[in-house]
Design a protein around this ligand. Structure first.
Ligand code: HSE
Length: 430
């Protein structure tokens, strides 16, 4: 049977999970694919700590060049994370004629153009299934299963930490910081969860989904990113009263001949399929022209879930190697009807707004007068009863409005003497 040698750089959580699957399912996989996958070397700066898989000490190394310079290694699996030196290792692997598997969304979202071009020029491939939604086969589905389709939109809950926090706030009416602390205690959130709660991790994944669906490799600068740390329990509770859930959505959407690429907290109606995705689960909702609307759902993180996707990429490459095939990575065809990526000011959305106002005659008239001046139409309005303070929440849903108009209107409203706190505005999707 043909043997394919792999080298793994990064023996952490996903790296050791990958090794565990490849060893424990070696003959199972060989029977399925007709190739023996052999782990030839594993590199990490720490090769002494105990992992949940035991490897022959002779294959462990602290020196990545032992993998990159080994002519018998066909596939380099980069699972170290971070941009540097992962990027240099991948470039070197391609230069040495190796194919690459990576789960590194931060690196790809920054350097995909250069890495894919290098791979293409050298007739090699970079596969990255584990970079979005861990074991959910969304990348393979977009590239292969849905290859004949054109896409209208992709909406995703692609960050489990944020989804856990928002789900807990909704279920227990706790504050953002209480939910975050709970996520940390349960091991769902990193000790420094900034990338997650600021929406950047979701933005990295959205850049890859946008490329696969629309063929456009946008940069982080093109993506509007707003995190969830300002979401209050009051807003989560009002959302529920109005029949909505707040979710951090990553959205790539075609609007006539332009593309909107954005990550932000979103009011989603309870009857939307994504509203029922709770806890650390991820889900990606794809609107395609031939296959219709589809949803991909599952755990978006976890050692074996991510490693399952890494192994799937390794297996795909072994099949390419066996068949002598080259399937170029830069094969996403740009939707030629798309002229540009919209700027945030041009977005149009429905909105939930919460004003904190003094309970006095004429306040609502002043607010609605300013909104009207900017052509903003109110869909519903509720004023809550006064509680301990003189300040009352006025909760509004407004019809589609241009982002720019809303922000100008809110900045005038927030300067009124009767408005006591900065108004809160959250986008609403249907
Ligand atoms: N930190 C990510 C999440 C998982 O919370 O979903 C890795 O992408």
């Amino acid at each position: 049977m043909r043997k394919v040698n792999i080298g793994i750089i990064g023996f952490g959580n996903v790296g050791s999970g990958t090794a565990k699957i490849l060893l424990s399912r070696k003959s199972f996989l060989a029977q399925k694919i007709g190739v023996e996958i052999n782990i030839k070397k594993v590199c990490d700066k720490d090769i002494t700590s105990k992992r949940n898989v035991s490897l022959d000490k002779s294959i462990l190394t602290r020196d990545a060049s032992a993998i990159l310079n080994d002519p018998q290694i066909d596939i380099v699996v980069e699972l170290m994370g971070g941009v540097h030196p992962a990027k240099e290792f991948i470039l070197e692997a391609l230069k040495k004629g190796k194919n690459v598997v990576t789960a590194n969304k931060a690196l790809l979202s920054e350097c995909a153009q250069q890495l894919f071009r290098e791979a293409n020029d050298r007739g090699r491939n970079i596969y990255f299934e584990a970079s979005v939604g861990a074991g959910i086969p969304i990348i393979k589905s977009l590239r292969e299963g849905l290859v004949a389709n054109k896409f209208n939109a992709i909406f995703g809950i692609v960050n489990g930490t944020c989804n856990y926090i928002l789900s807990q706030m909704s279920a227990t009416h706790c504050s953002f910081s209480q939910a975050l602390n709970e996520a940390k205690a349960k091991g769902f959130a990193e000790s420094n969860p900034t990338l997650d709660i600021d929406g950047l991790d979701a933005a990295h994944k959205l850049i890859l989904l946008t490329y696969l669906a629309f063929g456009k490799l946008v940069t982080l600068k093109d993506v509007f990113v707003e995190g969830i740390s300002h979401i209050s329990s009051a807003d989560v509770n009002y959302a529920q009263e109005l029949g909505y859930q707040i979710k951090l959505l990553a959205i790539a959407k075609k609007e006539s001949d332009e593309l909107e690429v954005r990550v932000h907290p979103t009011f989603l109606p309870n009857n939307h399929l994504l509203s029922s995705v709770g806890g650390v689960f991820n889900a990606i909702y794809v609107s395609s022209d031939l296959a219709g609307d589809l949803m991909f759902y599952g755990p978006g993180a976890g050692q074996l879930s991510a490693a399952s996707a890494v192994v799937s990429d390794i297996v795909d490459l072994t099949q390419d190697i066996k068949a002598g095939l080259f399937r170029p990575t830069l094969n996403s065809v740009e939707d030629t009807l798309l002229k540009r990526v919209r700027k945030i000011d041009e977005f149009e959305s429905r909105y939930y707004i919460r004003f904190s106002a003094l309970d006095k005659p004429g306040v609502l008239a002043k607010i609605s007068g300013i909104l009207a001046k900017f052509g903003i139409s109110i869909a519903s309005v509720t004023q809550k009863e006064k509680q301990k303070t003189q300040i009352v929440p006025i909760v509004m849903l407004i019809h589609e409005t241009k982002e720019k108009d809303l922000h100008q209107a809110l900045s005038i409203i927030d300067r009124l003497a009767e408005i006591k706190e900065k108004s809160v505005a959250i986008r609403v999707e249907v």
